[in-house]
Design a protein around this ligand. Structure first.
Ligand code: PLP
Length: 378
Protein backbone atom coordinates (compact mmCIF):
# COMPACT_ATOMS: atom_id res chain seq x y z
CA UNK A 1 0.00 0.00 0.00
CA UNK A 2 0.95 3.62 0.05
CA UNK A 3 1.35 4.19 -3.67
CA UNK A 4 -0.88 6.95 -4.95
CA UNK A 5 -1.59 7.19 -8.63
CA UNK A 6 -3.16 10.53 -9.58
CA UNK A 7 -5.06 10.75 -12.84
CA UNK A 8 -2.64 13.39 -14.12
CA UNK A 9 0.25 15.21 -12.49
CA UNK A 10 0.87 18.58 -14.08
CA UNK A 11 3.37 19.57 -11.40
CA UNK A 12 5.71 16.71 -12.36
CA UNK A 13 6.13 18.20 -15.82
CA UNK A 14 6.63 21.72 -14.51
CA UNK A 15 9.37 20.53 -12.14
CA UNK A 16 11.27 19.01 -15.06
CA UNK A 17 11.05 22.16 -17.17
CA UNK A 18 11.14 24.72 -14.36
CA UNK A 19 14.33 26.49 -15.45
CA UNK A 20 13.23 26.93 -19.05
CA UNK A 21 9.62 27.81 -18.23
CA UNK A 22 10.51 30.31 -15.52
CA UNK A 23 12.98 32.03 -17.87
CA UNK A 24 10.36 32.22 -20.64
CA UNK A 25 7.79 33.69 -18.25
CA UNK A 26 10.29 36.22 -16.85
CA UNK A 27 11.14 37.42 -20.36
CA UNK A 28 7.50 38.05 -21.23
CA UNK A 29 7.00 39.93 -17.94
CA UNK A 30 10.14 42.03 -18.49
CA UNK A 31 9.01 42.96 -21.97
CA UNK A 32 5.33 43.27 -21.01
CA UNK A 33 4.49 41.31 -24.18
CA UNK A 34 1.14 40.21 -22.79
CA UNK A 35 -1.28 40.29 -25.69
CA UNK A 36 -0.33 39.34 -29.26
CA UNK A 37 3.25 40.47 -29.92
CA UNK A 38 6.38 38.55 -30.78
CA UNK A 39 6.00 35.52 -28.50
CA UNK A 40 2.58 34.81 -29.94
CA UNK A 41 3.93 35.21 -33.47
CA UNK A 42 6.87 32.94 -32.72
CA UNK A 43 4.63 30.18 -31.41
CA UNK A 44 2.16 30.54 -34.28
CA UNK A 45 5.00 30.24 -36.80
CA UNK A 46 6.55 27.25 -35.04
CA UNK A 47 3.21 25.46 -34.77
CA UNK A 48 2.32 26.09 -38.43
CA UNK A 49 5.78 24.95 -39.54
CA UNK A 50 5.61 21.79 -37.41
CA UNK A 51 2.45 20.87 -39.37
CA UNK A 52 3.60 22.10 -42.78
CA UNK A 53 0.56 24.38 -42.88
CA UNK A 54 0.49 28.03 -44.05
CA UNK A 55 -1.42 29.59 -41.16
CA UNK A 56 -1.67 29.14 -37.42
CA UNK A 57 -3.80 31.64 -35.52
CA UNK A 58 -3.67 31.56 -31.73
CA UNK A 59 -6.99 32.02 -29.92
CA UNK A 60 -8.21 32.09 -26.33
CA UNK A 61 -9.06 28.39 -25.97
CA UNK A 62 -10.06 25.29 -27.93
CA UNK A 63 -13.76 26.03 -27.75
CA UNK A 64 -13.20 29.43 -29.35
CA UNK A 65 -11.03 27.74 -31.99
CA UNK A 66 -14.05 25.61 -32.98
CA UNK A 67 -16.49 28.51 -32.75
CA UNK A 68 -14.33 30.86 -34.79
CA UNK A 69 -13.56 28.19 -37.39
CA UNK A 70 -17.29 27.50 -37.86
CA UNK A 71 -17.98 31.22 -38.01
CA UNK A 72 -15.25 31.69 -40.63
CA UNK A 73 -16.82 28.90 -42.69
CA UNK A 74 -20.07 30.86 -42.65
CA UNK A 75 -22.07 28.32 -40.65
CA UNK A 76 -25.33 29.81 -39.44
CA UNK A 77 -29.08 29.32 -38.98
CA UNK A 78 -30.54 26.54 -41.11
CA UNK A 79 -27.23 24.69 -41.41
CA UNK A 80 -26.50 21.25 -39.98
CA UNK A 81 -23.11 20.11 -38.74
CA UNK A 82 -22.23 16.46 -38.16
CA UNK A 83 -20.53 15.84 -34.80
CA UNK A 84 -19.76 12.61 -32.94
CA UNK A 85 -22.20 11.51 -30.23
CA UNK A 86 -19.27 10.90 -27.89
CA UNK A 87 -17.03 13.94 -27.44
CA UNK A 88 -16.49 16.93 -25.19
CA UNK A 89 -19.46 19.31 -25.46
CA UNK A 90 -17.42 22.08 -27.18
CA UNK A 91 -17.69 20.21 -30.48
CA UNK A 92 -21.49 20.57 -30.42
CA UNK A 93 -22.22 23.69 -28.39
CA UNK A 94 -20.21 25.92 -30.73
CA UNK A 95 -22.46 24.78 -33.60
CA UNK A 96 -25.57 25.77 -31.63
CA UNK A 97 -24.07 29.15 -30.70
CA UNK A 98 -24.03 30.04 -34.40
CA UNK A 99 -27.70 29.15 -34.76
CA UNK A 100 -26.93 25.93 -36.63
CA UNK A 101 -27.89 22.43 -35.54
CA UNK A 102 -25.43 19.84 -34.27
CA UNK A 103 -26.42 16.48 -35.76
CA UNK A 104 -25.06 13.65 -33.67
CA UNK A 105 -23.42 10.65 -35.32
CA UNK A 106 -22.69 7.36 -33.56
CA UNK A 107 -19.12 6.24 -32.98
CA UNK A 108 -17.14 3.29 -34.33
CA UNK A 109 -17.26 0.32 -31.91
CA UNK A 110 -13.49 -0.31 -31.99
CA UNK A 111 -11.98 3.15 -32.29
CA UNK A 112 -14.59 5.41 -30.62
CA UNK A 113 -14.38 8.06 -33.37
CA UNK A 114 -17.12 9.30 -35.70
CA UNK A 115 -18.62 6.40 -37.69
CA UNK A 116 -18.46 7.21 -41.44
CA UNK A 117 -21.35 4.85 -42.29
CA UNK A 118 -23.71 6.37 -39.75
CA UNK A 119 -22.52 9.83 -40.81
CA UNK A 120 -23.69 9.13 -44.36
CA UNK A 121 -27.17 8.29 -43.07
CA UNK A 122 -27.25 11.63 -41.24
CA UNK A 123 -26.45 13.82 -44.26
CA UNK A 124 -29.29 16.03 -45.49
CA UNK A 125 -29.41 18.89 -47.99
CA UNK A 126 -28.71 21.22 -45.06
CA UNK A 127 -25.49 19.50 -43.93
CA UNK A 128 -22.55 21.85 -44.48
CA UNK A 129 -19.73 20.75 -42.20
CA UNK A 130 -18.49 17.54 -40.61
CA UNK A 131 -16.33 17.65 -37.47
CA UNK A 132 -14.25 14.52 -36.95
CA UNK A 133 -12.86 14.46 -33.40
CA UNK A 134 -9.58 12.59 -32.98
CA UNK A 135 -10.84 11.22 -29.69
CA UNK A 136 -8.54 10.14 -26.86
CA UNK A 137 -5.53 10.77 -29.15
CA UNK A 138 -6.57 8.47 -32.00
CA UNK A 139 -7.14 9.73 -35.55
CA UNK A 140 -10.67 9.39 -36.92
CA UNK A 141 -11.09 7.39 -40.14
CA UNK A 142 -9.99 10.28 -42.35
CA UNK A 143 -9.93 8.40 -45.65
CA UNK A 144 -13.60 7.43 -45.41
CA UNK A 145 -14.62 10.77 -43.93
CA UNK A 146 -12.84 12.79 -46.62
CA UNK A 147 -14.51 10.60 -49.23
CA UNK A 148 -17.89 11.23 -47.70
CA UNK A 149 -17.17 14.95 -47.53
CA UNK A 150 -16.23 15.00 -51.21
CA UNK A 151 -19.37 13.14 -52.28
CA UNK A 152 -21.72 15.43 -50.38
CA UNK A 153 -19.67 18.66 -50.66
CA UNK A 154 -19.16 18.94 -46.92
CA UNK A 155 -16.42 21.01 -45.34
CA UNK A 156 -14.15 19.13 -42.93
CA UNK A 157 -13.25 20.83 -39.64
CA UNK A 158 -10.95 18.66 -37.52
CA UNK A 159 -11.26 18.81 -33.74
CA UNK A 160 -7.66 18.08 -32.74
CA UNK A 161 -7.97 19.01 -29.05
CA UNK A 162 -6.98 15.52 -27.84
CA UNK A 163 -4.51 14.42 -30.49
CA UNK A 164 -1.61 16.83 -31.06
CA UNK A 165 0.77 15.30 -33.63
CA UNK A 166 -1.06 12.01 -34.04
CA UNK A 167 -0.66 10.62 -37.55
CA UNK A 168 -3.05 8.96 -39.96
CA UNK A 169 -1.14 6.96 -42.58
CA UNK A 170 1.95 9.09 -42.04
CA UNK A 171 0.12 12.42 -42.25
CA UNK A 172 -0.40 14.68 -39.23
CA UNK A 173 -3.96 15.18 -38.04
CA UNK A 174 -5.02 18.79 -38.43
CA UNK A 175 -3.79 18.80 -42.04
CA UNK A 176 -6.65 16.81 -43.63
CA UNK A 177 -9.56 19.18 -43.50
CA UNK A 178 -10.10 22.75 -44.64
CA UNK A 179 -9.43 23.90 -41.11
CA UNK A 180 -8.46 22.45 -37.73
CA UNK A 181 -9.04 23.46 -34.11
CA UNK A 182 -6.60 22.76 -31.26
CA UNK A 183 -6.89 23.20 -27.50
CA UNK A 184 -3.93 23.78 -25.21
CA UNK A 185 -5.93 23.34 -22.01
CA UNK A 186 -3.38 22.46 -19.28
CA UNK A 187 -4.05 18.70 -19.22
CA UNK A 188 -4.02 18.23 -23.00
CA UNK A 189 -0.96 16.54 -24.56
CA UNK A 190 0.39 20.00 -25.36
CA UNK A 191 -0.89 22.13 -22.52
CA UNK A 192 -0.51 25.78 -21.56
CA UNK A 193 -0.73 27.13 -17.99
CA UNK A 194 -4.21 28.43 -18.49
CA UNK A 195 -6.62 28.54 -21.39
CA UNK A 196 -5.20 28.63 -24.92
CA UNK A 197 -6.06 27.35 -28.38
CA UNK A 198 -5.16 27.62 -32.06
CA UNK A 199 -6.53 27.20 -35.55
CA UNK A 200 -4.62 25.74 -38.50
CA UNK A 201 -5.54 26.30 -42.14
CA UNK A 202 -3.97 26.59 -45.58
CA UNK A 203 -6.77 28.91 -46.71
CA UNK A 204 -5.56 32.54 -46.88
CA UNK A 205 -9.06 34.05 -46.83
CA UNK A 206 -10.16 32.02 -43.80
CA UNK A 207 -6.94 32.90 -41.99
CA UNK A 208 -7.41 36.60 -42.69
CA UNK A 209 -11.00 36.54 -41.47
CA UNK A 210 -10.01 34.70 -38.30
CA UNK A 211 -7.17 37.10 -37.54
CA UNK A 212 -9.43 40.10 -37.62
CA UNK A 213 -12.55 38.44 -36.19
CA UNK A 214 -10.75 37.29 -33.05
CA UNK A 215 -9.30 40.79 -32.51
CA UNK A 216 -12.46 42.95 -32.55
CA UNK A 217 -12.62 42.89 -36.32
CA UNK A 218 -9.37 44.74 -36.82
CA UNK A 219 -5.66 44.25 -37.41
CA UNK A 220 -4.94 47.91 -36.71
CA UNK A 221 -6.36 49.49 -33.58
CA UNK A 222 -9.62 51.39 -34.15
CA UNK A 223 -9.83 50.23 -37.78
CA UNK A 224 -12.74 47.84 -37.31
CA UNK A 225 -13.46 46.20 -40.64
CA UNK A 226 -16.14 44.01 -39.10
CA UNK A 227 -17.62 43.29 -35.68
CA UNK A 228 -15.59 40.60 -34.00
CA UNK A 229 -14.87 39.10 -30.62
CA UNK A 230 -11.91 39.11 -28.25
CA UNK A 231 -10.25 35.70 -28.35
CA UNK A 232 -6.48 35.87 -28.44
CA UNK A 233 -3.58 33.71 -27.40
CA UNK A 234 -1.67 35.64 -24.76
CA UNK A 235 2.08 36.16 -24.64
CA UNK A 236 2.70 34.16 -21.48
CA UNK A 237 0.88 31.10 -22.78
CA UNK A 238 2.59 31.40 -26.16
CA UNK A 239 6.06 31.58 -24.57
CA UNK A 240 5.25 28.56 -22.38
CA UNK A 241 3.89 26.63 -25.36
CA UNK A 242 7.02 27.39 -27.40
CA UNK A 243 9.14 25.76 -24.70
CA UNK A 244 6.81 22.78 -24.46
CA UNK A 245 6.59 22.31 -28.23
CA UNK A 246 10.20 21.09 -28.11
CA UNK A 247 9.15 18.17 -25.90
CA UNK A 248 5.81 17.13 -27.34
CA UNK A 249 7.17 14.26 -29.46
CA UNK A 250 9.06 12.86 -26.50
CA UNK A 251 5.94 13.12 -24.33
CA UNK A 252 3.76 11.48 -26.96
CA UNK A 253 6.29 8.64 -27.22
CA UNK A 254 6.26 8.17 -23.45
CA UNK A 255 2.46 8.09 -23.43
CA UNK A 256 2.47 5.43 -26.16
CA UNK A 257 5.05 3.38 -24.25
CA UNK A 258 2.99 3.53 -21.07
CA UNK A 259 -0.09 2.51 -23.04
CA UNK A 260 1.85 -0.41 -24.49
CA UNK A 261 2.88 -1.56 -21.01
CA UNK A 262 -0.70 -1.29 -19.70
CA UNK A 263 -1.88 -3.33 -22.69
CA UNK A 264 0.73 -6.03 -22.10
CA UNK A 265 0.00 -6.28 -18.39
CA UNK A 266 -3.77 -6.36 -18.92
CA UNK A 267 -3.84 -8.52 -22.04
CA UNK A 268 -5.24 -11.60 -20.28
CA UNK A 269 -7.99 -9.83 -18.32
CA UNK A 270 -11.03 -11.11 -20.21
CA UNK A 271 -13.48 -8.79 -18.51
CA UNK A 272 -12.03 -5.64 -20.06
CA UNK A 273 -11.60 -4.31 -23.58
CA UNK A 274 -8.31 -2.52 -24.19
CA UNK A 275 -7.85 0.39 -26.62
CA UNK A 276 -7.36 -0.63 -30.26
CA UNK A 277 -4.96 1.33 -32.43
CA UNK A 278 -6.30 1.97 -35.92
CA UNK A 279 -4.04 0.25 -38.48
CA UNK A 280 -1.63 2.67 -40.14
CA UNK A 281 -2.08 5.29 -37.41
CA UNK A 282 -0.23 6.57 -34.40
CA UNK A 283 -2.28 7.00 -31.24
CA UNK A 284 -0.91 9.71 -28.91
CA UNK A 285 -2.92 8.45 -25.92
CA UNK A 286 -4.28 11.64 -24.49
CA UNK A 287 -6.35 9.10 -22.56
CA UNK A 288 -6.01 5.37 -21.98
CA UNK A 289 -9.60 4.20 -22.08
CA UNK A 290 -10.72 0.68 -21.29
CA UNK A 291 -14.23 -0.78 -21.24
CA UNK A 292 -15.96 -3.08 -18.80
CA UNK A 293 -19.63 -3.65 -17.95
CA UNK A 294 -18.60 -3.40 -14.28
CA UNK A 295 -17.19 0.09 -14.74
CA UNK A 296 -18.67 1.81 -11.68
CA UNK A 297 -17.67 -0.98 -9.29
CA UNK A 298 -14.16 -1.09 -10.74
CA UNK A 299 -13.76 2.68 -10.50
CA UNK A 300 -14.90 2.58 -6.89
CA UNK A 301 -12.43 -0.20 -6.06
CA UNK A 302 -9.49 1.55 -7.76
CA UNK A 303 -10.28 4.77 -5.88
CA UNK A 304 -10.15 2.83 -2.61
CA UNK A 305 -6.64 1.67 -3.60
CA UNK A 306 -5.38 5.23 -4.25
CA UNK A 307 -5.79 5.05 -8.02
CA UNK A 308 -7.64 7.95 -9.63
CA UNK A 309 -9.63 7.29 -12.77
CA UNK A 310 -12.12 9.31 -14.80
CA UNK A 311 -14.91 8.69 -17.27
CA UNK A 312 -14.81 10.24 -20.74
CA UNK A 313 -17.72 10.63 -20.98
CA UNK A 314 -20.41 9.51 -18.51
CA UNK A 315 -23.13 10.76 -20.86
CA UNK A 316 -22.99 10.74 -24.63
CA UNK A 317 -24.05 14.18 -25.85
CA UNK A 318 -27.47 13.22 -27.30
CA UNK A 319 -28.45 12.24 -23.74
CA UNK A 320 -27.19 15.26 -21.76
CA UNK A 321 -29.84 17.70 -20.54
CA UNK A 322 -28.54 20.45 -22.86
CA UNK A 323 -29.74 18.42 -25.86
CA UNK A 324 -32.95 17.09 -24.40
CA UNK A 325 -34.75 19.37 -26.85
CA UNK A 326 -33.82 17.02 -29.71
CA UNK A 327 -35.63 14.12 -28.00
CA UNK A 328 -33.00 11.57 -28.96
CA UNK A 329 -33.52 7.88 -28.28
CA UNK A 330 -30.84 5.34 -27.27
CA UNK A 331 -31.58 3.27 -30.40
CA UNK A 332 -30.27 6.10 -32.58
CA UNK A 333 -26.79 5.79 -31.05
CA UNK A 334 -26.48 2.19 -29.88
CA UNK A 335 -22.68 2.24 -29.53
CA UNK A 336 -22.40 5.56 -27.69
CA UNK A 337 -25.37 4.63 -25.50
CA UNK A 338 -23.84 1.34 -24.38
CA UNK A 339 -20.27 2.59 -24.04
CA UNK A 340 -21.14 5.55 -21.80
CA UNK A 341 -21.78 2.96 -19.08
CA UNK A 342 -18.55 1.04 -19.73
CA UNK A 343 -15.73 3.51 -20.50
CA UNK A 344 -13.04 4.10 -17.90
CA UNK A 345 -9.89 6.22 -18.32
CA UNK A 346 -6.85 4.97 -16.41
CA UNK A 347 -4.09 7.33 -15.25
CA UNK A 348 -1.79 8.18 -18.17
CA UNK A 349 0.72 11.00 -18.50
CA UNK A 350 4.36 11.10 -19.61
CA UNK A 351 5.81 11.22 -16.09
CA UNK A 352 3.89 8.16 -14.87
CA UNK A 353 6.39 5.55 -13.61
CA UNK A 354 6.58 1.87 -14.44
CA UNK A 355 5.96 1.12 -10.75
CA UNK A 356 2.72 3.09 -10.88
CA UNK A 357 1.58 1.38 -14.07
CA UNK A 358 2.27 -2.07 -12.60
CA UNK A 359 0.44 -1.07 -9.42
CA UNK A 360 -2.64 -0.03 -11.41
CA UNK A 361 -2.55 -3.22 -13.47
CA UNK A 362 -2.19 -5.46 -10.42
CA UNK A 363 -5.15 -3.89 -8.66
CA UNK A 364 -7.24 -4.00 -11.76
CA UNK A 365 -6.55 -7.73 -12.08
CA UNK A 366 -7.17 -8.27 -8.37
CA UNK A 367 -10.59 -6.69 -8.72
CA UNK A 368 -11.72 -9.22 -11.30
CA UNK A 369 -10.22 -12.16 -9.42
CA UNK A 370 -11.50 -11.30 -5.96
CA UNK A 371 -14.55 -9.09 -6.31
CA UNK A 372 -17.58 -11.10 -7.36
CA UNK A 373 -20.02 -9.24 -9.56
CA UNK A 374 -22.77 -7.74 -7.43
CA UNK A 375 -25.26 -7.86 -10.21
CA UNK A 376 -25.46 -11.20 -11.95
CA UNK A 377 -26.68 -10.68 -15.47
CA UNK A 378 -29.31 -13.14 -16.70
C1 PLP B 1 -10.66 20.08 -24.58
C2 PLP B 1 -11.51 19.91 -25.77
C3 PLP B 1 -12.09 21.01 -26.45
C4 PLP B 1 -12.12 22.40 -25.91
O1 PLP B 1 -10.96 22.95 -25.53
P1 PLP B 1 -10.91 24.11 -24.41
O2 PLP B 1 -9.54 24.66 -24.62
O3 PLP B 1 -11.11 23.47 -23.09
O4 PLP B 1 -11.96 25.10 -24.73
C5 PLP B 1 -12.77 20.76 -27.63
N1 PLP B 1 -12.93 19.53 -28.12
C6 PLP B 1 -12.43 18.45 -27.49
C7 PLP B 1 -12.63 17.10 -28.09
C8 PLP B 1 -11.72 18.60 -26.29
O5 PLP B 1 -11.24 17.52 -25.67
Amino acid sequence: MGIQVPFVDLRAQYRQLKVEIDAAIATVLEEAAFVRGKYVEAFEQAYAKAHGVRHCIGVGNGTDALYVALRALGVGPGDEVLVPALTWISTAETVSHLGARPVFVDIEPDYYTLDPCHAEHCVTERTRVIIPVHLYGQPADMEKLLNLARRYSLIVLEDCAQAHFAQYHGQLIGTFGTIAAFSFYPSKNLGAYGDAGAILTNDDALAHFIRIFTNHGSLTKYEHEIEGINSRLDGLQAAILSVKLRYIHQWNRQRAEHAQLYSELLADVEEITLPHIRPGCTHVFHLFVIRTPRRDELQHYLTSQGIQTQVHYPRALPFVPAYRRFGHHPDEFPVAWQYQHELLSLPLYPELTETQIRYVAEHLKAFFVHQRPRIVRP
